[in-house]
Design a protein around this ligand. Structure first.
Ligand code: GLC
Ligand code: CA
Length: 558
């Protein structure tokens, strides 16, 4: 199972590299950087959507599944990307967005124009309640109701995200078949698999009940569409009709999934998916208004989450490992320390902690050079529809002040991850010679690829070493995980064991020194450092020693 031994790198095309200076990253731009990615050592590129789209949600609203977005290039460019990646032994994993389409997809246009069109039933339409109101009280992910009224037919259609993202009706076998044919088209082109967007939301509870009212005034429909009644049936069918015919890599993005559900999605005998992306650690500290009211979180909570997943999927399923992606803040700002003093050290610490866990690691573009959150001082510089909607909704209905909202945006907005990649200290970070679609993070002069490549001690080379180690030590891929010191609020320590290979991983998540004590249960004779983020020329007794702030060290025990 090659995907267990792989490291995946996520490219968000719009922000990666602009080859024609229109300010928007594109496929040719990615091709230009393949040597860079090969040098880093990654095996798979997960490409955020490159399909035709009106870009209400930056490509997560698809109007044609078998065409490339004009701004990103042509199908010839895409074919060249696959070919060029493959010559560097890099596979391409496509984003598959099939919970919804764009309202500009021809299926939806026909569905809307003609109640008798076969495409009408590709979407979810409901009559108004007797008083004319929406069929349920559910609130949509990007603000407002999940139901949009269509004057022409006098019915509402469902959209769990924006009203330009109508949900597909997976109950309809013809729709499912069209999706499978589309997937085969891409697999035949040579893509290696799919990252499936919010795939645990495709099956809705057919009774459409109201949800419990939230602070926003809308009801929480989650219980009626997360991990819905037929989702496993659909994924098994997809596997049977599509995936099993190829040697694919698959990962399902799944809000509100727990370990028990994940065993069903990824279980060896279940023939559904290889991995899921859960949200437990990235939701740490969510408050009353979710991520817009961020609270403190504790290391013990983070360790409990990872341990629950590590232990839960041991033998039964397989984990995906990530700190960040295009929907999350930058890893160092969220879980490490972006200060000048600790940015690099904490970035390497986070990388160590994650890459030594059991599962397939995902690196989000820019993470390998330690990019951090951006702090625009005006909402006008933000582009993400979720951020903009939340800002306007919460400040107009009095739930948060503008200052509070901007502060939350600096911590958690999706645009933190979407500012252009920093290639150099040239204007616009070397991303474009034009005007970027979203401003660059002003710290690109110090944090950029050119600088990282010129410094043997950079985060980049540390990631490169971590990736290389995975190829050499099966214990990193297969070793069984065991948490040590569960109650420690500074240190995350664990072992990995595979036959007679054993690793001890110790990471200091705090800006203070921390005392490590080896539990008596861990017996060993000798130890050797496998990788460490500090070059400390001191003798240490593993039984008890002090770690520096954000220090990370991995020992091989014998
Ligand atoms: C997923 C994507 C996100 C998108 C949403 C709707 O969560 O990662 O970017 O906005 O689905 O497609
Ligand atoms: Ca471009």
């Amino acid at each position: 199972m090659w995907w267990k031994e792989s490291v995946v790198y996520q490219v968000y095309p719009r922000s990666f590299n602009d080859s024609n200076n229109d300010g928007i990253g594109d496929i040719k731009g990615i091709i230009e950087k393949l040597d860079y990615l090969a040098f880093l050592g990654i095996d798979v590129i997960w490409l955020s959507p490159v399909y035709q789209s009106p870009n209400d949600d930056n490509g997560y609203d698809i109007s044609d599944y078998q065409a490339i977005m004009d701004e990103f290039g042509t199908m010839e460019d895409f074919d060249q990307l696959i070919a060029e990646a493959n010559t560097r032994e890099i596979n391409i994993m496509m984003d598959l967005v099939v919970n919804h389409t764009s309202d500009e997809h021809h299926w939806f246009i026909e569905a809307k124009n003609n109640r008798n069109s076969p495409y009408r039933d590709y979407y979810i339409w409901k009559d108004p309640l007797p008083d004319g109101s929406a069929p349920t009280n559910w609130g949509a992910a990007f603000g407002g109701s999940t139901w949009e009224y269509d004057e022409k037919s006098g019915q509402y259609y469902l959209h769990l995200f924006s009203k330009k993202q109508p949900d597909l009706n997976w109950e309809n076998p013809a729709l499912r078949n069209d999706i499978y044919q589309m997937m085969l088209y891409w697999l035949d082109k040579g893509v290696a698999g799919f990252r499936m967007d919010v795939i645990n939301m495709i099956s809705k509870d057919p009774s459409y009940p109201d949800g419990v009212e939230q602070a926003t005034g809308y009801g929480d429909g989650g219980p009626y569409y997360f991990n819905g009644p037929r989702v496993h049936e659909y994924l098994q069918e997809m596997n049977q009709k599509v995936l099993r015919k190829y040697n694919t890599i698959t990962v399902g993005e799944m809000p509100a999934v727990n370990v028990e559900e994940a065993k069903l999605y990824t279980g060896k005998e279940r023939n559904e998916l290889n991995m899921v992306f859960h949200f437990d650690h990235v939701s740490l500290g969510d408050g009353k208004l979710g991520k817009w009211t961020p609270q403190e979180w504790k290391l013990t909570e983070l360790k409990a989450i990872f341990s629950r997943w590590q232990e839960g999927l041991e033998n039964e399923g397989w984990n995906s490992l990530y700190w960040s992606n295009h929907d999350q803040p930058r890893a160092i700002s969220r879980f490490g320390n972006p200060s000048r003093q600790y940015r690099e050290r904490s970035g390497k610490m986070l990388a160590t902690c994650l890459h030594m866990l059991k599962g397939t690691p995902y690196i989000y573009q820019g993470e390998e050079i330690g990019m951090t959150n951006v702090q625009f001082d005006s909402i006008d510089n933000y582009r993400d529809l979720e951020t903009i909607h939340a800002y306007h909704d919460y400040t107009t209905n009095g739930l948060l002040t503008k200052e509070e909202m901007l502060e939350a945006i600096h911590k958690r907005s999706r645009d933190n991850a979407r500012t252009p990649m920093h290639w150099s200290d040239e204007p616009e970070a070397g991303f474009t010679n034009g005007v970027p679609w979203i401003p660059v993070n002003p710290n690109y002069k110090t944090i950029n690829v050119r600088r990282a490549l010129a410094d043997k001690e950079s985060i980049f080379y540390y990631y490169q070493r971590l990736i290389n180690l995975r190829k050499k030590y099966s214990v990193i891929v297969h070793g069984k995980y065991q948490l040590l010191l569960p109650d420690d609020e500074q240190l995350y320590a664990y072992t990995r064991t595979w036959n007679d290979e054993r690793l001890l991983v110790i990471c200091n998540f705090s800006d203070q020194t921390a005392m490590f004590q080896l539990p008596d249960t861990i017996k060993h004779q000798t130890e050797k450092i496998l990788i460490a983020n500090m070059d400390l020329d001191i003798e240490r007794d593993l039984k008890a020693f002090t770690l520096q702030p954000y220090e990370a060290v991995v020992y091989i025990l014998n």
